[in-house]
Design a protein around this ligand. Structure first.
Ligand code: AMP
Ligand code: MG
Length: 418
């Protein structure tokens, strides 16, 4: 057990901090405009304004049971040994709109959800009667109010039911429908183009030549965009060719309606860095961020492409996905109006010891043992290990200042399914 061991020196040119680059990426996206969307298309969308109840629920007193609407006082002392027998004056199925009042000395047969008649103050469920249709024998004395759902018991007209920023899932959509809303105002999903680069890339489902690999960042990032609430458009990947990269983007961006371009690959220190070559001096700043994986990053607005915002992610699949999580997902969710754009963070104890490079925040892939409160690494910090990324439940955050973390050290953990 022990606190992180402090690092002593920074080497070389000071890289950009994670927070600084997060701010640069976040500034590329404005809050999305608001649109009214029908209930059937609301799942996962983010409410843009408080939903105020236009009506109460229930809106009329109704029965919680199939049985008989009664005056409780008339059944005092009813029991299996001495049942009370009364005439059944009316039949009230759910949906009946002309429900007559209950005359003294009578009952109405009533179904669940049907209007409790004026004059009745309780419902006796059918199981405590002989079920009669003309006359009924009742074996139990109900207290006043039994099985009557009262007006406003669930929701009061004028109450704020859902706050702006709420992510709409099944119960929230059900509630909106129940108070009669056919549409809700939500923030438009930002349209995000996803474009991978690399002459080694081949479409999954087609044969590979030696030296080629399947293109995985594109489908992965497109899915990540959708999971974050954006609308992904996966473009056909391009080889390491500046003209092809620019013309592919130009063709789509000319049609307008693009909020963000995400590229992957071609931003590090090699000889064929197509994204760097295409966007340097065209509005995109390329930096090293003090993190691992995901050091090489770029962001900006491409002057030649109508100032479209671009985030250039590194090519290694784990770097790409981690960078998306750290920079792009929170920016997209903030644009959508999420009050908490980040992943939930919990504290855990390291189930093993770590060594960590000086001056870099590591996002290591982990699995949690929730019972013991520990977290263990899957795979290693290497940025090509897609197999371990795919089974990880969380990122283990190793601060910049830590070079050695003994087993049992407290660490922050980002939960990836929250
Ligand atoms: P780069 O950043 O382009 O130098 O790529 C770094 C590493 O990531 C190389 O091993 C690439 O082959 C790999 N890589 C880059 N883009 C992709 C992609 N779209 N799908 C899978 N691997 C990729
Ligand atoms: Mg490449």
């Amino acid at each position: 057990m022990g606190a992180p061991v402090a690092k002593t020196a920074q080497s070389g040119k000071t890289p950009r901090s994670v927070e600084e680059h997060r701010a640069v990426v976040a500034a590329l996206l404005q809050p999305s405009p608001v649109e009214d969307v029908p209930l059937a298309e609301l799942r996962g969308r983010v409410l843009a304004a408080d939903l105020v109840a236009p009506m109460s629920l229930p809106s009329f007193p109704n029965s919680a049971m199939d049985g008989y609407a009664v005056r409780a006082a008339e059944l005092a002392g009813a029991s299996p040994e001495s049942p009370v027998e009364l005439p059944v004056a009316e039949d009230i199925p759910a949906g009946r709109v002309d429900v007559p009042p209950l005359a003294p000395g009578t009952v109405h047969r009533i179904m669940t959800g049907a209007t409790v008649p004026e004059g009745a103050d309780a419902v006796v469920q059918v199981e405590f009667t002989d079920g009669g249709a003309e006359r009924v024998r009742i074996f139990r004395a109900p207290a006043a109010g039994t099985h009557v759902r009262t007006v406003g018991e669930d929701v009061h007209a004028g109450d704020v039911l859902l706050r702006a920023g709420t992510e709409l899932r099944a119960p929230q959509i059900g509630l909106a429908a129940a108070v009669g809303a056919a549409t809700l105002p939500v923030r438009r999903r930002p349209v995000v183009l996803v474009l991978s680069t690399g002459s080694e890339l081949v479409e999954p489902g087609t044969p590979l030549q030696p030296g080629q690999i399947y293109e995985s960042n594109g489908p992965m990032l497109a899915a990540a965009v959708e999971e974050a609430g954006g609308q992904a458009e996966l473009l056909r990947f391009v080889p390491d060719d500046v003209d092809e990269l620019l013309s592919t983007l130009r063709k789509r961006i000319e049609q307008s309606g693009v909020d963000l371009v995400l590229t992957s690959g071609g931003v590090s220190a090699g000889a064929y860095e197509v994204v760097k070559d295409a966007f340097t001096d065209r509005g995109v700043e390329f930096v090293r961020v003090a993190m691992q994986p995901g050091g090489p990053q770029g962001a900006g607005r491409v002057t030649e492409l109508g100032e479209v915002p671009v985030v250039t992610l590194p090519g290694n699949p784990v770097s790409s996905q981690v960078s998306f999580e750290v920079f792009v997902r929170p920016a997209l969710r903030a644009a959508l109006g999420h009050p908490h754009p980040d992943r939930p963070i919990v504290n855990a104890k390291l189930g093993q010891s770590f060594v960590s490079p000086e001056g870099k925040r590591q996002f290591r892939r982990g699995v949690l043992d929730a019972v013991r409160g520990t977290v263990a690494e899957v795979g290693s910090p290497a940025s090509h290990l897609l197999g371990s990324l795919a089974v990880a439940e969380c990122f283990i955050i190793v601060p910049e200042a830590a070079t050695e973390l003994p087993e049992g050290s407290p660490v922050e953990v980002w939960l990836l399914d929250g």
